[in-house]
Design a protein around this ligand. Sequence first.
Ligand code: MLT
Length: 261
Amino acid sequence: MKLDWNGRSLEVRESGTGPAIVLVHGYPLDGAMWSSVARNLSDRFRVLKPDLPGRADNPAGSEGSIASYADFIEALVASADSRVGLAGFSMGGYVCLELMKRRPPSVKALALVDTRASADDEGGKANRAAAIATLRAEGVGPIAEAMLPKLLSPDGMKRTDLVERVRRIMLRQTPDTIESDLTAMRDRSDSTDLLAQLALPTLVLTGEHDGISPPEVSRAMAQKIPGARFIEIAGAGHLTPLEQPTAVAQALGDFFGETLI
Ligand code: MLT
């Protein structure tokens, strides 16, 4: 679909027909991380997989804040339909939680995928600063290599086609975009207080071996959201939508099928 954003007419990738679902990607990735899940869901849903600001499909510069990413998703959701299912993976989940603080009227169901509500602690902020220093000194390559074993499970790391696909997505991001993401995540606000106020159907999903948003953290987050359901994807690391796309599509399809149709 076309979206007027920041003085540009953007083309947001979409496939399928049916109720609209917006899939928000994580760091240091782009909308392509959802491609396999989107293909699977597009027989029943109209699936939108935007690039957050600073990427190929959305070249406007970014302010480097989760709030500014949420501004973009808010505009997209408002233009997409009057009933939208919203799913955010990791950093995309931070964006979705930020957006939910604004109670967007068209979002009728929310999926939080391998993400968490807490802000970075001091150690986390120091890690972001170290990553920014590496990025400025050596570029995107070392960031991508360091991220791979954090994104994929040990079994996923043995799948050379999968590793290559994830690497390719990371390496096409610009240093400015990666720095914008790191700054945005470092400075994001805590969303824990929001959880009890989420008054819409919510699914929390995470990979069994996710080391960034571990199952115990995700389960605790789900317990704070009234009526939320929790699903753990067996055998997957952090990047469940690329490592186990069929299981993730099944979980999202069942959830959005029940809540949107
Ligand atoms: C992501 O997968 O989006 C990020 O790794 C999340 C984070 O670093 O907090």
